[in-house]
Design a protein. Structure first.
Length: 131
């Protein structure tokens, strides 16, 4: 459900496709507020609002565990990032409907295992443009 906070009115209600809680939502810039990305315990979804307020929801990718954070690239109607409990930061380009795992944050075990079972929780990710 999307609400107008000022008027306390329901703007739009649709089935997000999530099987678990939605943990974060971001409106994609330069889409006339018609494209929203949501993340939750089952991965992230993209809901695109059509002109007649029908919503098409597609799954873009998943993490191994909950997805707590989303970040949109400023000035881009196509790029966003996600960060999950698995430690991976993923890059998404809506033009290709695919994701790229950029890197994984985890603790170093000092053994032959590259990653340990102790997952480093990222509190946020920041996207910025170099000028």
């Amino acid at each position: 459900m999307l609400w107008n906070v000022a008027t306390k009115a329901l703007v739009l209600s649709y089935d997000s496709g999530h099987a678990k809680d939605i943990l974060q939502a971001r409106i994609i810039p330069f889409t006339d507020d018609r494209t929203i990305v949501t993340s939750g315990g089952d991965g992230q979804k993209l809901g695109q609002v059509a002109d007649n307020d029908n919503v098409q929801t597609i799954e873009l990718g998943t993490h191994n565990g909950r997805v707590h954070k989303l970040a949109v690239e400023p000035g881009s109607p196509h790029i966003f990032y996600s960060c999950g409990e698995d430690g991976f930061v993923q890059h998404f380009d809506l033009r290709s409907n695919s994701s790229t795992k950029l890197f994984c944050c985890s603790t170093f075990t000092g053994t032959d295992n590259l990653y340990s079972s102790n997952i480093l929780s990222l509190n946020s990710i920041v996207v910025f443009q170099h000028k």
